[in-house]
Ligand binder design. Structure first.
Ligand code: AMP
Ligand code: MN
Ligand code: MN
Ligand code: MN
Length: 292
């Protein structure tokens, strides 16, 4: 199969973080949706990769799995997500960072729960932990609890009223720095991608400052095609990729069925950018069956 005809989705979540599908369910859906190359990029966790890889090999699925992660960082008091692709998930330096982030997630969850308790919403820490099923705890788990309690209508409202930036249960993030994330990704042999650059609500000036710093730190790529994006945004991000000499990535940021876009459903990159996969070889993943 020609490189250019492969369908890529390089940003997705499973129950190892705040996704709703298990890793096994996710890879099956990827195949159903004609994805050829899938990266699983759970928040601060690589725990879903093994199950995904085992399912692909046991069921002989025609899918190439890219080991990924999405690391939460803080930059100028703003949460910024850095995706690592083609990482070695067993690398010590990376796992050490992910352990620290996971611990901080637990601390932060307690702080969020305390704020919610102050608003009369009790037991949310235990509930969020339950929703997380032993994996990392995310604000999305709190959001689901608030929806199930009937306090808000949907997840989006939970963020708008309680958990989003500046809302009553919001905690200023204390994640690692972008530099620490990029270093850990590089140490683990991966490439570092600035996730969904237009979703941080930054002014144009601040976004360019972020791109400048990410470049200086050694960032490799930016997501040019992402979910929930206008064509203008796609063209603008392609322009930035060219201007700052970043490779271009694409991903649905799939979390669950029926929310935003489905797995694999991303706009193709514009032709003027260099796709992040331009030099990837798939020999290690020769489990792929070409003729089905
Ligand atoms: P955390 O990593 O714990 O800070 O949680 C952030 C996660 O919550 C994101 O990765 C999204 O999946 C989810 N999220 C953030 N904002 C919203 C929103 N407005 N509506 C739905 N989900 C959201
Ligand atoms: Mn998420
Ligand atoms: Mn993200
Ligand atoms: Mn994501």
């Amino acid at each position: 199969m020609e490189l250019s005809t492969r369908r890529y989705d390089l940003h997705s979540h499973t129950t190892a973080s705040d996704g709703m599908l298990s890793p096994a369910e996710l890879v099956k859906r990827a195949v159903d949706n004609c994805v050829d190359v899938l990266a699983i990029t759970d928040h601060d966790s690589t725990a879903g990769l093994e199950e995904a890889r085992n399912t692909i090999s046991q069921d002989k699925l025609p899918l190439i799995l890219i080991n990924g992660v999405e690391i939460s960082t803080v930059w100028k008091n703003q949460g910024i997500h850095i995706v690592g692709l083609n990482i070695d998930p067993n690398h010590d330096h990376l796992q050490q960072l992910l352990r620290k982030q996971t611990e901080y997630r637990r601390e932060r969850a307690q702080e969020i729960a305390a704020k919610l308790a102050g608003l009369g919403i009790v037991d949310s820490y235990q509930k969020a932990e339950q929703y997380a099923q032993g994996e990392i705890v995310s604000r999305a788990h709190f959001a689901r609890y608030l929806v199930d309690l009937g306090i808000v209508k949907d997840i989006n409202k939970a963020f708008k009223r309680y958990l989003g930036k500046g809302k009553p249960a919001y905690i200023s993030p204390r994640w690692c720095s972008i530099t620490e994330a990029v270093e850990a990704i590089h140490a683990a042999g991966g490439v570092a991608v600035l996730a969904h650059p237009t979703r941080y609500d930054l002014t144009a000036t601040k976004l360019r400052k972020l791109l400048d710093e990410f470049k200086q730190i050694g960032g490799d790529a930016i997501e040019v095609s992402q979910s929930r994006q206008s064509r203008d945004e796609l063209y603008m991000l392609a322009k930035y990729a060219l201007q700052y000499e970043f490779l271009a990535s694409q991903g649905s940021d799939f979390h669950s069925i029926g929310q935003y876009v489905d797995l694999g459903k991303v706009e193709p990159l514009t032709e003027n950018v260099t796709p992040i996969w331009y030099n990837w070889s798939y020999e290690r993943d020769s489990i792929r069956i070409e003729d089905t």
